[in-house]
Design a protein. Structure first.
Length: 202
């Protein structure tokens, strides 16, 4: 089982941020940037793409989309909201510079060009209470990169480990991080959620 590298460092902003943004997480009627989990719609507000280097003419890019704005400070990802949801995809491409435009199909057994070999979704993560309503692996489906380079355009349609569908669309800028030389890489081998941080790992 290989180690996934993506991490969020969760820092509570204030109790007022929580009260202001809690309802916004579920109100997406006017946004084209969304993830639909079951019958519930969430507005996607930001994303991160991380380059984890190349091997055998493949490059591993980790992509995260979140329902909160995120800024990068002192080598940490800082979310603006106390309650939010996020999706993580591990992608492989022959393009060493960026995720190549095209369709990435889920295949957990193969690391090859245009494959999505692992993904995960955390729904309604509450930092204050350290709980989420769902923490699920992706078990099938695809992600489409319609445009690369900021602004990116991404669509996804996946099946989750509880049998529910996850689909959505995001157009916008992504925070770009380059760990191809291993400098600054996070190190962990488990999904870890607590009041200090949560890490997508496998």
């Amino acid at each position: 089982m290989k180690t996934l590298k993506l991490f969020f460092i969760l820092v509570i902003i204030s109790s007022s941020l929580f009260s202001c943004h809690k309802d916004d997480d579920n109100n997406t009627d006017e946004s084209d940037n969304f993830m639909l989990y079951g019958d519930k719609n969430y507005e996607l507000k930001s994303g991160i793409i991380e380059n984890y280097g190349s091997f055998d003419n493949l490059t591993n890019f980790d992509l995260t989309l979140a329902t909160t704005a995120i800024h990068f400070e002192d080598e940490e990802y800082i979310p603006n909201d106390n309650v939010f949801s996020a999706i993580y995809f591990e992608l492989y491409t022959n393009n060493s510079e960026d995720i190549e435009t095209g369709t990435y199909n889920f295949n957990e057994d193969v690391e090859a060009n245009f494959t999505l070999d692992y993904g995960e979704c955390i729904v309604d993560y509450n930092y204050e209470d350290d709980i989420s309503s769902a923490d699920l692996d992706i078990t099938g489906g695809k992600i489409e990169v319609l445009r690369n380079g900021n602004p990116y355009e991404i669509k996804f349609n996946c099946t989750l480990s509880n049998g529910k569908k996850l689909e959505g669309h995001y157009t916008g800028n992504l925070e770009v991080q380059d760990y191809s030389d291993e400098e600054g890489r996070p190190t962990s081998s488990t999904l870890h959620i607590n009041k200090k941080k949560f890490i997508f790992k496998k």
